[in-house]
Write a protein that binds this ligand. Structure first.
Ligand code: CO
Length: 138
């Protein structure tokens, strides 16, 4: 059985300074910004921008070897990844692996707000880093 995709969860934007980015998105652009959270296991801090339908995730490094540091150094600030929601990320990873997808993470890791996430390499997605996210079941 195929594990279905459940729509775009968010678009990720890499930023150097989360406070400054939150100010811009909230005070200049007028979005509601919610759900700020540090994810120390990955060296990042994130905040979510609510657009009315769909969210933007602002991601900033909290240490030099963070998950987004290389990207920021090479490419600068900007669009970093696309996240699609799934119900069972372990099953989706197993499927993708069997189908020859180019995975970055073979095991899920912690995401914001209790999600479990894994990334697929841009070399295997025509150039876009793809995140898969399983939200907690309440
Ligand atoms: Co994300």
């Amino acid at each position: 059985m195929t594990e279905p995709y459940r729509g775009i969860d968010h678009l990720g934007i890499a930023v150097r300074d989360l406070d400054a980015a939150v100010k811009t998105y909230r005070d200049v652009l007028g979005f509601a910004v919610t759900g700020r959270e540090r994810i120390d296991a990955r060296g990042i801090e994130v905040a979510f921008v609510e657009t009315g339908a769909g969210r933007i995730e602002l991601i900033a490094p909290t240490r030099p070897d963070s998950e987004v540091s290389g990207f920021l150094e090479k490419r600068g600030e900007g669009m970093h990844h696309l996240c699609v929601r799934v119900d069972h990320v372990d099953q989706k990873l197993a499927e993708l692996k069997a189908q020859g997808a180019k995975l970055i993470d073979s095991e899920p890791k912690p995401g914001a707000h209790g999600t479990r996430v894994a990334f697929v390499h841009p070399k295997g997605t025509n150039g876009v880093l793809l995140e898969l996210a399983e939200h907690g079941h309440h």
